[in-house]
Write a new protein. Structure first.
Length: 216
């Protein structure tokens, strides 16, 4: 059976969150394509994983027999997250932009699953697993825009997910999400609406494409 690892990190619930709305659309289509499939869901806003500690970090470089009880407990929590990643046939991540970067809860998850010699290194254990990231943002940071240089979401996630974990990365980018709420951005509402529609279309298309890829 196909397994989807679905991670949301927006602090806003349901349809109040652009990233959650699009990941929900992707998941709906994915589940339609995989009625017998399994979904592992983590809502990092509702149930955040611990930020990396000295015990959790150092345990990754210590022999099991030499770990302290604190290290063993912290490392077991990391291994659970790592195994969820390794079990997944597809990974779906909601990554809204907060202050030009990803939510700290998502960074905490990444710090836990990135383990040199297992998920990272010469042959990453989840290598080539498809990952779709919904990188929503209130403005636009696309090439040629005034704030192009403030884009630290896609650049960072490409370095971690693709270049380090070896995942097959794809982005969906709903932008200008603040336009309907900010009077100063009112003239950008049509662009926001077009971006939102494109994001939902991309979510549907990518979910179906990955279903065909898994069935091949």
């Amino acid at each position: 059976m196909a397994t989807l690892l679905h991670i949301d990190s927006s602090v806003f619930p349901g349809e109040a969150s652009s990233s959650r709305s699009v990941t929900a659309a992707f998941r709906k289509v994915w589940e339609e394509q995989h009625p017998e499939g399994t979904v592992i869901y983590r809502d990092l806003a509702a149930a955040p994983v611990p930020h990396i500690s000295a015990a959790a970090w150092s345990a990754g470089y210590a022999a099991p027999s030499g770990r302290t009880p604190e290290q063993s407990a912290a490392f077991a929590a990391r291994v659970k997250l790592i195994e969820e990643l390794e079990q997944a046939d597809t990974v779906l991540i909601g990554a809204p932009m907060y202050n030009f970067s990803i939510p700290s809860t998502l960074k905490a998850w990444l710090d836990s699953v990135l383990l040199l010699g297992r998920t990272a290194g010469e042959v990453p254990s989840a290598q080539d697993t498809p990952v779709v990231v919904v990188a929503s943002r209130g403005g636009s940071y696309a090439p040629g825009t005034p704030r192009e240089g403030f884009e630290f979401v896609q650049n960072y996630l490409e370095a971690v997910l693709k270049d380090t974990l070896g995942l097959d990365l794809d982005f969906i980018v709903p932008e200008l999400t603040m336009a309907p709420r900010n009077p100063a951005m009112s003239e950008l509402v049509p662009l926001y609406q077009a971006s939102r529609e494109r994001a939902f279309e991309d979510a549907t298309t990518k979910a179906k494409e990955l279903a065909k890829r898994l069935a091949a």
